[in-house]
Ligand binder design. Structure first.
Ligand code: ZN
Length: 195
């Protein structure tokens, strides 16, 4: 489905109507995956001043073989996505960084509850031992038997932290009975129930 987005350029204020796909199905065709993960799918240049902007809009990405449906819901609409017989992993995220993170977690075959749990451990450890507030932390990739996370405070990139795959598996085994598979919003603020 196409959706019309009224986009107001943050630099010159000119308004443009963008006509965009509001759903990408990756089941058979992964050709758009790269443009999702590097933001180019969401990047537009202003017709008046050529300023490049990333535009977030209500959007669905799904893959029936990997069995997920992720909904980007930047406007915080009330959503009732989950159906009783829906076996897919359904998630609602509030921004593009969270959407990309969910996609990476899924295609690296990790569990997002466990990843959020580890993010919380890392965040608390860093904040306790350094004089910083970790405002944002995202799973970036799995490489060399480690999960890699990128960290930001309010304004700055703080760096990368890694967590071993064996540590991940240990936590997964401890938590797997407690994981609530029907939770549609899985992030740092909803993960406390596992602690
Ligand atoms: Zn402009």
């Amino acid at each position: 489905m196409k959706t019309e987005i009224l986009f107001c350029c943050p630099k010159c204020g000119n308004k443009h109507v963008l006509n965009l796909d509001d759903e990408i199905d990756l089941t058979e065709d992964k050709s758009k995956l790269k443009s999702l993960l590097d933001d180019s799918y969401f990047s537009f240049s202003c017709e008046s001043c050529a300023e490049q902007s990333v535009v977030e809009f209500p959007f669905i990405v799904k893959d029936d073989k990997a069995n997920f449906l992720y909904k980007l819901n930047p406007n915080d609409e009330m959503l009732f996505l989950l159906k009783d017989n829906d076996e897919r992993e359904i998630r609602v995220v509030k921004n593009l960084n969270e959407l990309k993170e969910k996609i990476r977690i899924k295609y690296f075959r990790l569990n997002d509850h466990v990843v959020e749990y580890i993010k919380k451990l890392i965040k608390e450890d860093i904040e306790k031992n350094n004089n910083v507030n970790v405002e944002e932390i995202y799973f970036a990739k799995y490489e060399d038997e480690k999960l890699h996370f990128v960290l930001f405070d309010k304004e700055n990139y703080l760096g990368v932290m890694t967590y071993s795959k064996s540590g991940y598996i240990k936590i997964f085994k401890e938590l797997k009975e407690k994981i609530d598979k029907n939770l549609q919003i899985v992030n740092l603020s909803t993960i406390d129930y596992l602690f």
